[in-house]
Ligand binder design. Sequence first.
Ligand SMILES: CCCCCCCCCCCCC/C=C/[C@@H](O)[C@H](COP(=O)(O)O)NC(=O)CCCCCCCCCCCCCCC
Ligand SMILES: Nc1ncnc2c1ncn2[C@@H]1O[C@H](COP(=O)(O)OP(=O)(O)O)[C@@H](O)[C@H]1O
Ligand SMILES: [Ca+2]
Length: 500
Amino acid sequence: FWGHGAAIAYPGCLWEQRQGHPGQFASLSQVFCFPVFYVKRTKNHQWRCNEATFSCSSAELCEQWIQVTREQLSLLTNRPKRLLVYINPFGGKRRGKRIYEEKVAPVFQQAGISADVIVTERANHARDHLTTEANLQQYDGVVCVGGDGMFSEILHGLVARTQNDNKVDQNRPGAELKPCMLRIGIIPAGSTDCICFATVGTNDPVTSALHIIIGDSQPMDVCSVHHNDVFLRYSVSLLGYGFYGDVLADSEKKRWLGPARYDLSGVKAFLCHNYYKGTVSFLPAEDNLGHPRDKMQFLCLLVSKWFHSCVAVSSSSWKVICGKFIAINAANMSCACPRSPKGLSPSAHLADGTADLILVRKCSRLDFFRHLLRHTNTDDQFDHSFVEVHRVKKFHFEPLDPQPLLLENQSELPKKPGFCPMGSAQTTCIPSAAHSSWNCDGEILHHAAIQVRLAIHNIAETVKRKIKLRLHLITAKVSCLKALGKTDSALMTHNSLLKC
Ligand SMILES: CCCCCCCCCCCCC/C=C/[C@@H](O)[C@H](COP(=O)(O)O)NC(=O)CCCCCCCCCCCCCCC
Ligand SMILES: Nc1ncnc2c1ncn2[C@@H]1O[C@H](COP(=O)(O)OP(=O)(O)O)[C@@H](O)[C@H]1O
Ligand SMILES: [Ca+2]
């Protein structure tokens, strides 16, 4: 795949070339050829696999080309050869298996990638397999065919396995986690797919498969969530309390609706218009890590600041905000998704050691509707008097009232007169007394009081690796051109002259 300076070549085949007018058999001249599959960028960040056929005048030349191409390929050590694939047949529109078999497996095969495929039979099957049985040494990466919840499951499995193998107790709040050497590829087959959308720019399975094949990688922040020093979960996309927590809690019982469950629960949560009292405390990030309302979305600019901030002593101190909140959202990334192309926090960076904490205070339904609507267009969703946003490295939330036990049924709760569409035990329409639940990457947390901190990313290392990879590619291209130099006259393509 030629995407970043490499190509897949197949043994030369004898190929007859016909010229002259259609319908007439012109004189045949024997030529030798080989196809090269390459990545072609199309619109909206989508990638497609294209094919160019090279032809040569002799079998020897053809072999030489294939040999040189294969040698260049082998230099790209970041490309996976062997993958462990987990398919969630249950997520999204329940098309995970079909998506993999029809769109991904053929491209993996073309690229010479072998894959061990496990179709999960229950929730947490993938996590448990990763934590115990999987022989990870034989794989170059793990692939998640599903949505954000499935990615989160695999993330937890990999992180737990890595800590176990390194004798690290991940439940200890201050524990320095060991980085996982395996990358996780995402084939979008879920309901929101915001992690895939925010990293690749689209939720197209073929595009994601091609990114995996050429060995792309994108580091990501991981938040750890504790409750009174007990580890609960990691989060890479959204930690949402209030609106998004209520939406998720209500939608869990409507999975049979597929992705539409969120819209139905979303409307119900909107009409219910619950707000929740509590105290948010947070540690702001250093100023030079940008601000959620700046339009700077360039990672490289951030990296240079990051280098300088490594020496800067953290001058910020904890801030505390009490109030009544419609929603408390910590976006570890933009959370861009088909519903909201810019996401909850468009300027949130993927691997900068911070999260954007968005506080939506109690407001009218109309104001909240305006705020929500701005997520679907280019208007600034933070430009409201009842919305504030902070870039943070840590934050805590404490609900005002002690958390009641999650009651099994509604009868024990005092009824609020009037409209109460939410039928679930976890979500009521009694604004002041009720508790919401935290939506952690699409999974429900059963504690309202939480302590969140960012796992600091050694972004410098990642950038160095990227620079080295770039140099590799330039070298690859130079040697490829040298090889071309000897025989460029004999070479032509029938689709397009490929830029080496
Ligand atoms: C008036 C239209 C308002 C549209 C508002 C769109 C806001 C969308 C924000 C999207 C945030 C996505 C954060 C992602 C979280 C995911 O990790 C997580 C799990 O993903 P998975 O299902 O792939 O496993 N997904 C979720 O938690 C789902 C959140 C999606 C909430 C959508 C809410 C729709 C709101 C509709 C309100 C309509 C009000 C109109 C009243 C007349
Ligand atoms: N075979 C299975 N049966 C039931 N649940 C599963 C299965 N495999 C995974 N899950 C669970 O399904 C949940 C949703 O998965 P996900 O792929 O995120 O779908 P969605 O995007 O629709 O939420 C995850 O919490 C995951 O643990
Ligand atoms: Ca971040």
